[in-house]
Design a protein around this ligand. Structure first.
Ligand SMILES: [Zn+2]
Length: 138
């Protein structure tokens, strides 16, 4: 289950086409999550990033330490997908960044090539170093 970027840019020698149609939401306004919910926000600009309800797993590893897997995120932009070899095999991933302050937060799994890793497709990794908890945490 642990994952991480071990080989940034270490792309396998296949023709790298196809996976570039990243959905980039054209949001001009910052999205706000419901105030009653436990929320993760950008530690740099306090934009909301994800609801605790969307958290899938805390057992991921980013380049700067712990990272969480989320089902959905807000206020996050997405770079082009590229193939990377992670600890759990080859994936097509895209860097994600805070749309408000442009800080790189983690990555999105666009495609998993191992069937055991398919559950991560379309999900988002945000490194704990870029998040702060807000609302309703005790
Ligand atoms: Zn931010």
């Amino acid at each position: 289950m642990r994952d991480g970027v071990t080989n940034r840019g270490g792309v396998a020698g296949e023709s790298g086409g196809g996976a570039t149609a990243a959905r980039t939401p054209l949001k001009t306004f910052q999205a706000y999550l419901p105030p009653a919910h436990r929320t993760y926000s950008c530690i740099h600009c306090r934009a909301h990033l994800a609801s605790h309800d969307e958290l899938i797993s805390k057992s991921f590893q980013g380049s700067q330490g712990r990272a969480y897997l989320f089902n959905s995120v807000v206020n996050v932009g997405c770079g082009p997908a590229e193939e990377r070899v992670l600890l759990t095999g080859l994936h097509a991933v895209a860097d994600i960044y805070c749309e408000c302050c442009k800080t790189m937060l983690g990555w999105k799994y666009e495609h998993a090539f191992e069937s055991s890793q398919k559950y991560k497709e379309g999900k988002f990794i945000i490194e704990l170093a870029h998040m702060v908890k807000e609302n309703g945490w005790d």
